[in-house]
Design a protein around this ligand. Structure first.
Ligand SMILES: [Zn+2]
Length: 81
């Protein structure tokens, strides 16, 4: 670039790199926030028949197992709290 010293060009290069890294960092933060897990103990079911664990979409106490179709009852587990 005409009229710019080597130090000035180097400074512009580093500033552009910092802006690029800040954009990538902000994009990663948004991506992690959108794809983060929101687990809840009230929605985690375990089938006693086939030992399949699954998440229910609604916070219900009774649902059917997606693998064997048996009725699963949510039990509060005191040792997990
Ligand atoms: Zn099952």
């Amino acid at each position: 670039m005409p009229g710019m010293s080597f130090a000035g060009a180097l400074f512009v290069y580093f500033v552009l790199w910092l802006i690029f890294l800040a954009i990538l960092w902000a994009r990663e933060l948004v991506r992690v926030r959108n794809n983060s897990w929101h687990l809840s103990n009230s929605r985690l079911f375990h089938c006693d028949n086939c030992h399949h664990s699954f998440l229910s979409k609604e916070p219900v106490n009774l649902t059917r197992c997606p693998r064997c179709n048996s009725i699963c009852i949510y039990r509060k587990r005191r040792n997990l709290e």
